[in-house]
Write a protein that binds this ligand. Structure first.
Ligand code: SF4
Length: 66
């Protein structure tokens, strides 16, 4: 996504089967390649992982401008 992926927006590279279309390719963002999955992050279900990632996005979003 040329301007970055906004929080809460599905990545355009995420296929219907939840796989990254550009996995292993140089155009994959460094932040994606650098994110190491863990049991804490993934849990045992997609719902757990989505909740964890949503919270991560919320905690790291830029502060609102006055
Ligand atoms: S790994 Fe990165 S580029 Fe690939 S689908 Fe996920 S957010 Fe998008």
């Amino acid at each position: 996504m040329p301007l970055g992926k906004p929080a809460g927006v599905r990545c355009i590279q995420l296929a219907d089967d939840a796989r990254c279309r550009i996995f292993g390719q140089p155009e994959r963002p460094a932040v994606c390649a650098g994110l190491t999955p863990s049991a804490e992050m993934c849990g045992s279900s997609q719902a757990h992982a989505m909740h964890y990632l949503s919270r991560l996005e919320s905690l790291t979003q830029p502060a609102a401008r006055p």
